[in-house]
Design a protein around this ligand. Structure first.
Ligand code: ADP
Length: 562
């Protein structure tokens, strides 16, 4: 009879799920889970900090439309990964975290790295439990994957004590769950669907808001079908971009406020009416809301809803389209000729015109608009952008396009700084053929910049760009709560013009250092060429420390670039 180790059961469970990559930092007692990877066809990616493991795994899962997996060494390794669970939870993204812990047998005796991990994860996961025996590992793993993926996606945490991981069990005696998902995504209630179709057909000023919750059914056809059948303008959320290509003429990201305030019927799909959409308060008070979400409790939160459809986005949108069949004659033509689209087009054009001078600005130090305009002009249509940092996010929202599904990653629902570098690493592994560009403010970049070494070591040719304005919020010192300026300087400003490219030089990647606007494009082109040769790069661009955001509103959503 063959014996199998607990760690191998974990890795084999991951492989059985069809997952081919896991992220972690090789430390006890989970190092063997990584070590068994090649035996079961799972590529272990060793990172430099566990936070990056959970971030990269989350992005990997999001871009691939599967569950990300991170393995965390015991004690501080596990606590380092907590922020990743928080990010996956707040962004509704599927992630399974395997955390190591001290032996079950030595509880409360002061064993090495003893921590009670489960309570730490309980509030920020869909499930957090400790595995009690090696033979039950496949069962727990199946539970974790099902929890992570089913309904509203999210993270699940499994705590693996060292003696459970090291336990040897008879392979034949292990029960392997199979077929532990339904393959039928939930459909919307037909009556609600009919009412939604009717409302949209009779709207004078219809609009759609598309959020990143559509990722999991990727209903590009249905979304495009709806906007094109009705002549309906839409607004993608920051990460809801690309499911309809950004260059679609019905995309009114450039007239966001006009769309939200002016619409009389708003279809919200796969998005929450949280701070990002001002809790629905910017919609006209009498606007009718149709909300599609897989999570029933989300519907009606913060804003009265007229039609709430609980179900999968792809299914519900398909049902609405089917319901409209034969009833749409002339609807699109009326919309095209009507004042609603005209007003939106005028607003979008005037907004585009107002930022044009910033995009072309020839000043030294370089401005963020100019930098991101050059980025947009160099990288191809299917580029995956991972954007992080306040001014960078705010400007990126206006300048950087996303034209393919799940090709936009950013700081997300809880505005987590530091995701830009590891998200890009996860994305490159998930979609190796797509160009991946990580655009970071220097503050955000600082959190996980060591992961550029991970990219070099694992041959992941990401272009890492640093929008280096030597500090936080463009040196917006007045906002330092009345502190004397020199004190504020030391809190919010960094050493001037740091050469982050030198970090990449030390790691062995391609480097660029840019101070003049006319040098941005050639530097980006060289970095892109290096990435096509399989070499990651760091492009360090010195930008204006005194740059203020053009968006002056104090709303959190404006500050975070939403
Ligand atoms: P965004 O930040 O893009 O506005 P959010 O993360 O706030 O998006 O919201 C995503 C929403 O999508 C969540 O409320 C989640 O429950 C929902 N969701 C997740 N999966 C699906 C799905 N398959 N169908 C419909 N809604 C979904």
């Amino acid at each position: 009879m063959a014996l199998i180790e607990g760690s191998a059961l974990v890795t084999k469970s991951i492989a059985n799920e069809g997952i081919t990559t896991l992220f972690g930092l090789a430390g006890g007692p989970i190092v063997e889970v990584m070590g068994y990877g090649p035996q079961y066809g799972v590529r272990p990616i060793g990172v430099r900090h566990e936070q990056a493991a959970t971030f990269a795994a989350t992005a990997y899962g999001y871009v691939r439309n599967e569950v990300g997996v991170a393995v965390l060494a015991a004690g501080p390794g596990v606590t380092n990964g907590v922020t990743g669970a928080h990010v996956a939870f707040d962004n509704c993204m599927p992630l399974v975290i395997i955390g190591g812990s001290g032996p079950q047998t030595g509880r409360y005796s002061g064993t090495f790295q003893e921590t009670d991990n489960v309570p730490m994860f309980r509030e920020i996961t869909k499930m957090a439990v400790q595995v009690d025996s090696a033979s039950r590992i496949p069962e727990y793993m199946a539970m974790a994957f099902r929890k992570a993926k089913t309904g509203r996606p999210g993270p699940a945490y499994l705590d693996l004590p060292s003696d459970v991981l090291q336990e040897m069990v008879e392979e034949d005696s292990v029960h392997w769950p199979t077929d532990y998902y339904t393959d039928a995504p939930p459909q919307g209630n037909p009556e609600q669907v009919a009412r939604a179709a009717d409302m949209l057909l009779n709207a004078e000023r219809p609009a759609m808001i598309v959020g990143k919750g559509v990722r999991w059914s990727e209903p590009t056809q249905q979304l495009t079908g709806l906007v094109e059948t009705l002549g309906m303008p839409y607004l993608p959320s920051p990460m809801g971009r690309g499911f309809i290509p950004d260059d679609h003429p019905m995309n009114f990201n450039a007239a966001r406020s006009t769309l939200m305030q002016g619409a009389d019927v708003i279809l919200v799909v796969g998005a929450r009416l949280n701070w990002m959409f001002d809790f629905g308060r910017r919609f006209a008070p009498d606007a009718k809301i149709i909300h599609i979400d897989i999570e029933p409790e989300e519907i009606g939160l913060n804003r009265k809803v007229d039609v709430g459809i609980v179900g999968d986005a792809g299914q519900a949108l398909g049902q609405i389209l089917a319901e409209m069949e034969g009833k749409t004659d002339g609807v699109k033509d009326r919309a095209e000729e009507g004042p609603w689209l005209t007003a939106l087009r005028e607003k979008a054009a005037s907004n585009a015109e107002s930022i044009q001078p910033f995009m072309e600005a020839d000043t030294t130090p370089i401005k963020t608009y100019r930098l991101l305009t050059e980025v947009r002009n160099v990288f191809p249509r299917d580029t995956i952008y991972s954007v992080d940092g306040q001014i960078t996010l705010a400007t990126g929202r206006q300048i950087l396009p996303s034209n393919t599904p799940a090709s936009r990653l950013n700081s997300g629902t809880n505005g987590c700084m530091g995701v830009g570098v590891p998200f890009a690493i996860g994305a490159k592994l998930a979609r190796p053929d797509a160009p991946v560009v990580s655009v970071n403010g220097d503050c955000a970049f600082g959190f996980n910049s060591m992961e550029m070494e991970t990219a070099v070591r694992h041959s992941l040719p990401v272009v890492f760009i640093v929008n280096n304005n030597s500090g936080i919020v463009g040196g917006n010192l007045e906002s330092m709560m009345g502190l004397p300026e020199d004190y504020g300087e030391r809190v919010a400003r960094y050493v001037q013009d740091i050469r982050y490219d030198k970090m990449m030089e030390a790691f062995g990647g391609h480097t660029e250092h840019v101070t003049e606007p006319e040098d941005i494009r050639p530097a980006l082109e060289r970095a892109y060429a290096a990435s096509q040769d399989g070499i990651p790069s760091c492009v360090n661009v010195i930008t204006d420390p005194m740059e203020q955001m053009i968006t002056r509103s104090n709303r959190a959503s404006a500050l975070m670039g939403y």
